[in-house]
Design a protein around this ligand. Structure first.
Ligand SMILES: NC(=O)c1ccc[n+]([C@@H]2O[C@H](COP(=O)([O-])OP(=O)(O)OC[C@H]3O[C@@H](n4cnc5c(N)ncnc54)[C@H](OP(=O)(O)O)[C@@H]3O)[C@@H](O)[C@H]2O)c1
Length: 232
């Protein structure tokens, strides 16, 4: 039986590459994206189905879940990938609206989308949720002078990713019937960082693809990158 995989923010970057690779590996990929034109164009390129979803909008997320319910009837793997860095500004200039925007897209969306898709995951024999976090959300890596994560100071995005990792661990403990794991793509050239990242998108999706294709026994509540476990 095919694995049905829903990916948010999949019109470009790591989400698109995940959609491309998992389609190649035989998954039935549903490409989620907020912009109808960009989403449809990306889905057409991959020969997969496009479902509109703005992860910050309750009604849009509910419509996406209803659409998948009507068409595919279940989801085996949900990839919460959509994310933003937020406005580039000094720490002292950041305000509540900046924080709300970053946390809404990166963190609250994980709760919003997971909540809406739980009934669809419940229809899977082997349900899994992959949350795309970041090494920038790791307390250990952001304090390790040998790591690029320690050289970046940007209060909101790293804090949001620390929250994504913790949410993943808490869901894993609360819902043992579903595997919840967090992936750190590593510093990857995408629009998110004006293509300054040192990895290709293929390298950047290794951890996500590994989590999406591993056997259920691999476990839940883990935080991994393409080389293995990531320290909290
Ligand atoms: N690149 C890296 O080095 C790196 C490292 C660690 C973690 N990550 C994480 O990897 C994930 C993907 O990032 P990326 O590097 O591929 O960045 P990207 O190329 O900028 O792609 C981000 C995707 O998220 C979508 N998105 C943003 N807000 C959305 C919303 N409200 N609703 C639905 N989709 C939304 C974007 O859609 P639009 O095209 O419509 O804007 C786009 O498809 C993010 O969670 C990011 O934090 C990236």
């Amino acid at each position: 039986m095919t694995t049905i995989t829903f990916i948010t923010g999949a019109n470009k970057g790591l989400g698109y590459e995940t959609a491309r690779r998992l389609t190649e590996l035989g998954h039935t990929v549903i490409l989620g994206a907020r912009d109808p034109e960009r989403g449809a164009a990306a889905a057409t390129r991959l020969g997969v189905r496009f479902v509109p979803i703005d992860v910050t909008d309750d009604a849009s997320v509910a419509r996406a879940a209803a659409d998948v319910e009507a068409h595919e009837g279940r989801v085996d793997t949900l990839v919460n990938n959509a994310g933003i860095t937020g406005r580039h500004a000094g720490a002292g200039d950041l305000d509540g609206d900046d924080a709300r925007a970053v946390f809404d897209t990166n963190v609250f969306s994980v709760v919003r989308v997971t909540h809406a898709f739980l009934p669809l995951l419940g229809k899977s024999d082997s349900p899994a949720v992959i949350n795309v976090s970041s090494g920038l959300g790791s307390f250990t890596l952001t304090h390790d002078p040998g790591r690029v994560e320690s050289t970046i100071t940007a209060p909101l995005y790293p804090a949001s990713k620390a929250a994504v990792t913790m949410l993943t661990m808490q869901y894993a403990k609360a819902l043992p019937g579903i595997r919840f794991n967090a992936a750190d793509p590593g510093y990857t050239a995408t629009d998110l960082n004006a293509h300054r990242g040192s990895q290709t998108v293929t390298e950047g999706t290794d951890a996500i693809v590994a989590l999406a294709t591993e056997p259920a026994e691999a476990g839940t509540g883990r935080f991994v990158d393409r080389f293995g476990p990531v320290p909290w």
